[in-house]
Design a protein around this ligand. Structure first.
Ligand code: 2M8
Ligand code: MG
Ligand code: MG
Length: 266
């Protein structure tokens, strides 16, 4: 099996970004040699810091599937750690194109939002609760533009339609509305799965997430889990191969992984 996981409000606590509630489950996966691939809205710079902290040397996807990164030699059997140089493939669109589009739509329709392109480090700290160093890394974007939406739901529908008409995509995360290229987290999972399967044969893909930007990834997996959101609700229903983890964020993550191992599903 391979575990594909969202970070914010899934493996990481929504408020303080800690993963410690899932620490034991991560250790059990490592002992079972089950790779954990991060698939996140976060940037390459943010993920680099977290992979070091977690001692994670596996492939990952950044900016909602905008790019995938594979440690050099990973699929040829090399031993890789968080510092192994990466081969990066862009699946999505360049940030400049996304920024130009959102600025054009704002000028045309008068939508009210604040994008990362309008923000400085202090604004990101205020919107996210990240520390200064992490906020600077979140601003270092290549393939997505998060927006703090300050307009109505109806305006958001109009905005989504206009972005899609321009051949780009919108996905809603825990705090922000993300404008992306053609690739989403589901495409990133499918891309990474193909690399694993070419190297090792069929895999069981398990995916965990909490928000709208995780729907594509859970659908693309063999087993998907919604972890509960900070208020205890779930983004989507449990049906088919998609289940509800019992617990909020990293606590739900740990419960889901523990159950999969206890029932010998992975
Ligand atoms: C943003 O992503 C999350 C994902 O759900 C959100 O929309 O709430 C990204 O900008 C990411 O880079 C950043 O670290 C995170 C911080 O909360 O927010
Ligand atoms: Mg999330
Ligand atoms: Mg798709």
């Amino acid at each position: 099996a391979v575990v594909f996981t969202d970070l914010d409000a899934t493996l990481l606590d929504h408020h303080d970004y800690s993963w410690q509630a899932a620490g034991e489950a991560l250790a059990v996966l490592a002992a079972h040699e089950v790779p954990v691939c991060i698939v996140t809205s976060k940037t390459a710079a943010e993920v680099a810091a977290l992979r070091c902290e977690l001692a994670n040397g596996h492939p990952f996807a950044t900016e909602n599937g905008g790019a995938v990164a594979v440690p050099q030699g990973y699929f040829e059997g090399a031993h890789c750690d968080a510092n192994t140089p990466l081969d990066v493939t862009t699946l999505g669109a360049e940030r400049e194109i996304l920024r130009a589009l959102v600025e054009r739509l704002r000028a045309k329709h008068g939508f009210r939002f604040t994008g990362f392109g309008d923000m400085g480090v202090d604004d990101v700290i205020e919107a996210t609760g990240l520390d200064r160093e992490a906020a600077a890394k979140a601003l270092d974007r290549a393939a997505s533009e998060p927006l703090l939406w300050q307009d109505s739901e109806e305006a958001l529908d109009t905005f989504c339609g206009a972005v899609e008409a321009a051949g780009l995509a919108v996905r809603v995360g825990g705090r922000f509305v993300h404008v992306l290229g053609q690739a989403d987290k589901g495409d990133a999972l499918t891309w990474l799965r193909a690399r694993y399967e070419r190297a090792h044969g069929p895999i069981l893909a398990v995916a965990l997430g909490d928000s709208g930007n995780d729907v594509d990834m859970l659908e693309a997996a063999d087993i998907g889990y919604w972890v509960a959101r900070p208020d205890g609700s779930y983004h989507g229903s449990a049906m088919g191969h998609i289940r509800h983890a019992r617990g909020i964020g990293p606590a739900g993550w740990a419960e889901a992984i523990t159950a999969l191992i206890a029932h010998h599903e992975i």
